[in-house]
Design a protein around this ligand. Structure first.
Ligand code: AHR
Length: 515
């Protein structure tokens, strides 16, 4: 089966905001306790940060990490998690029916982010609390000193402000499961007033309003419109959440979740623009896909809560397989191909609870299958996204008339001359022989690396005993000649081709002098 990808260096979709390679750490199950934080673990440092998880986080390449929830955010009192550990209260967490010791809180999270080399993203509790708590939390984190909450931070040993830029105004406020759920009118007004106060303290913030909890919510669309109509002037981005499922156990149908993610992004962008149009405003609200992943095996009630209010129970411990990795790889292509509107995205979550990293408390850590496409996209998705023309065979599924069998995204980094082609072959039976035509490149193209993620068994998983069952392997079936390239993409494979432009002429005015 043949396909063709055409790109032209003059046709740029958008710069790629590296925040699209974000992840998420919630006080949920063993994500914090037994995940990133486990004092006494053989690899833990003096602060209790697990060294093996830290190393895998760096390898994953996550750029920004959302904290402290999720649903947990809507009942969280941030004050409980700062100051002397011995004085921190133990409380019931109504989001996950667990006991929260508050041994780990905001300052530990900021320290952990610095050590991991990631940007922190925080959220304020608009469930049980409101704008007063939000402004105080922000003052604690970002104000240099001379005020009550800034001095409180300094008294806790943090002289310099944390300078957190990206803030979520609550979490999934439309969901009946949310502690303190709200109507769109209630939430939109609260988001407006909270954002206004937060900006008065720090005008440089990026503020994110809650969109719908997912695309199937009965209020989807109407929620986004009404919320944004009430807080348009004060917010920068709106959030999207989605969790993919293969409930019917049919690979064709499962692949359709990627196409629906693309639709979801375009629909929400249209609603943002409709709110702008009503105001005759040129402001463009951007999108933050701050929760996305595969999650359907570990989502029964037994996976979501354990009896007896335990501390850090094993919750949502989804074990990912090969087909889940293809879906995550396809979703990353979709996020990159919407780089003009999606400015941030967080794989939910980082470790143990629906995470690409899995640990045993007191034992080792390993990479789940979905770790690999994420790490490769985060490493090689740099610079800007080029527009792609893709000629590909299609297939009719039960829900999609013409589902393209080849998906692809191309990034180009003017600073280094690197070009990366990410692709997904969704055919269950056919290899795709793809020709890539690179137009407008005043350079010779050299192949740096060609990797494929493929396994004959779609249900293959990685585990403590066999951590490398599903790993990317070299694809030797790639030829480059001039500025065209031909690659064989195995059926049901996710691929990355990394190319280097080597200049054949002197760079002209405005061109970068990469090698
Ligand atoms: O990521 C798990 C949960 O899913 C989050 O806490 C919540 O926001 C979403 O419903």
């Amino acid at each position: 089966m043949r396909a063709r990808i055409t790109v032209d260096l003059d046709f740029v979709l958008s710069d790629l905001d590296r925040r699209v390679f974000g992840a998420f750490v919630e006080h949920l199950g063993r994500c914090v306790y037994g995940g990133i934080f486990e004092p006494g673990h053989a690899t833990a440092d003096e602060r209790g940060f697990r060294g093996d998880v830290m190393e895998l986080t760096r390898e994953l390449g996550a750029t920004i990490i959302r904290y402290p929830g999720g649903n947990f955010m809507s009942g969280y009192d941030w004050e409980d998690g700062v100051g002397p550990v011995a004085e921190r209260p133990t409380k019931l967490d109504l989001a996950w029916f667990s006991t929260e010791t508050n041994r780990f809180g905001t300052n530990e999270f900021i320290d952990w982010c610095k050590a991991a080399g990631v940007e922190p993203m925080l959220g304020v509790n608009l469930g049980t609390r409101g704008m007063d708590e939000a402004r105080q939390y922000l003052e604690y984190c970002n104000h240099p000193g001379g005020s009550h909450f800034a001095e409180l931070r300094r008294s806790h040993g943090y002289e310099a402000p944390h300078d957190v830029k990206f803030w979520c105004l609550g979490n999934e406020m439309d969901g009946p499961w949310q502690i303190g759920a709200k109507t769109a009118a209630e939430y939109g007004r609260l988001a407006h007033e909270t954002a206004k106060a937060m900006r008065w303290i720090d005008p440089t913030l990026v503020l994110s309003a809650c969109g719908s909890s997912h695309r199937q919510m009965p209020t989807y669309g109407a929620w986004e419109y009404e919320v944004l109509d009430r807080c348009f002037e004060e917010v920068d981005v709106v959030s999207l959440h989605t969790y993919f499922a293969n409930k019917a156990d049919e690979i064709d149908e499962y692949f359709g979740v990627i196409d629906r993610m693309d639709l979801f992004i375009k629909e929400v962008a249209s609603i943002c623009d409709a709110v702008a149009a009503k105001r005759r405003s040129s402001k463009r609200i951007m999108l933050s896909f701050d929760e996305w992943n595969v999650w359907y095996k570990a989502n029964t009630i037994e996976h979501m809560r354990k009896p007896g209010w335990p501390v850090a129970p094993a919750l949502l411990e989804e074990v990912y397989n090969m087909e889940d990795a293809l879906i995550v790889g396809g979703a990353l292509i979709t996020l990159m191909n919407n780089a003009d509107r999606v400015k941030c995205a967080c794989l939910a979550q980082l470790v143990n609870a629906i995470g690409p990293i899995m640990t045993e408390t007191g034992g080792p850590a390993w990479r789940q299958t979905i770790f690999h496409p994420f790490a490769l996209a985060a490493r090689h998705g740099q610079g800007r996204v080029l527009q792609t023309k893709i000629e590909t065979p299609t297939v009719a599924t039960k829900t999609i008339q013409d589902m393209p069998l080849l998906l692809a995204s191309v990034t180009e980094d003017p600073a280094t001359g690197r070009l990366s082609i990410f692709s997904l072959n969704r055919s269950p039976t056919e290899t795709i022989e793809v020709d890539v035509d690179l137009h407008g490149f005043d350079a010779r193209i050299e192949l740096v690396e060609a990797l494929e993620l493929h396994h004959a068994n779609l249900k293959a998983t990685n585990s403590k005993a066999a951590p490398d069952t599903v790993v990317p392997l070299r694809n030797d079936e790639v030829q480059v000649s001039g500025t065209t390239l031909r690659a064989s993409l195995k059926p049901l494979s996710w691929n990355v081709l990394v190319l280097q432009q080597v200049r054949t002429t002197q760079p002209g005015p405005g061109q970068h002098a990469h090698p």
